[in-house]
Ligand binder design. Structure first.
Ligand SMILES: Cc1cc2nc3c(=O)[nH]c(=O)nc-3n(C[C@H](O)[C@H](O)[C@H](O)COP(=O)(O)O)c2cc1C
Length: 224
């Protein structure tokens, strides 16, 4: 009975989400645009925490620009748009994609693989409502076509700096989140920022691995 049930579950997931699930193929993101665009001062001037979004999908180029802007690679040595204490890079970015949230990308949770500038599918399905519930029922979050969950794996930093590595990890979330804000504004989009959530509920909703502590959620989309 158990074997039959497992078979039905696996078949169902495969049919519903052919490119998703563990071991599924990564989605290569288009290269980020590194010239032109909105002047930095203008992006700084217009940046606001956005809590209302139009129901208009993003495209992969915008996703690429946002993730690269937040914490993408800028140097063959692996250095990034955001600084990191001792280049230990304790943070990870997960993209929660809503139903019809991004053209050419199924609803689901994806892990941003920085070096490859690619998304690895983690789990299928629209998890935005669950993430918003875990965030003390901030239902406005679920209107955004995508959310970026920033997580920290403390041991990458504490292995070198001891307890102080926890502080450094938290500081780094500030760097990444401000980069993401500015990258979104430069594209004519808006981002929110959410630190009020139940850690365990959010980790469950975003299907995070146990060592990746959720530290911040940033909904992103078009302003209404
Ligand atoms: C660490 C942090 C956590 C925050 N958490 C939330 C949150 O859970 N919900 C929310 O609506 N805004 C949240 N905010 C947004 C602040 O309320 C907002 O930044 C502040 O009101 C200033 O507005 P501005 O970002 O538009 O300049 C958070 C901001 C920061 C920096």
């Amino acid at each position: 009975m158990y074997i039959w049930w497992s078979f039905v579950m696996v078949l169902g997931i495969t049919l519903l989400y052919p490119s998703g699930g563990q071991g599924a193929e990564a989605v290569k993101l288009p290269p980020p645009v590194k010239t032109g665009g909105m002047p930095l001062a203008e992006a700084l001037e217009v940046r606001r925490t956005v809590r209302r979004f139009a129901s208009r999908p993003l495209d992969l180029a915008q996703v690429s620009q946002i993730l690269w802007g937040a914490d993408g690679t800028t140097d063959p040595r692996g250095l990034r748009t955001s600084p990191s204490a001792g280049a230990t890079f304790p943070l990870d970015l997960y993209l929660v994609v809503g139903e019809r949230g991004v053209k050419d990308l199924s609803a689901g949770i994806y892990h941003y693989r920085v070096e490859a500038h690619a998304l690895t599918p983690v789990a299928p399905g629209d998890a935005r409502a669950a993430v918003a519930r875990a965030s003390l029922h901030q239902s406005w979050m679920a209107e955004a076509p995508v959310m970026v969950v920033i997580t920290g794996e403390y041991r990458r930093c504490t292995a070198r700096y001891g307890e102080r590595g926890v502080r450094y990890t938290h500081m780094e979330v500030g760097n990444v989140s401000q980069n993401l804000f500015l990258a979104a504004e430069a594209l004519g989009l808006g981002a929110g920022i959410v630190g009020a959530f139940e850690d365990k509920a959010l980790a469950q909703a975003a299907k995070l691995p146990p060592a990746h502590e959720p530290l911040l959620v940033m909904p992103v989309g078009y302003k209404p």
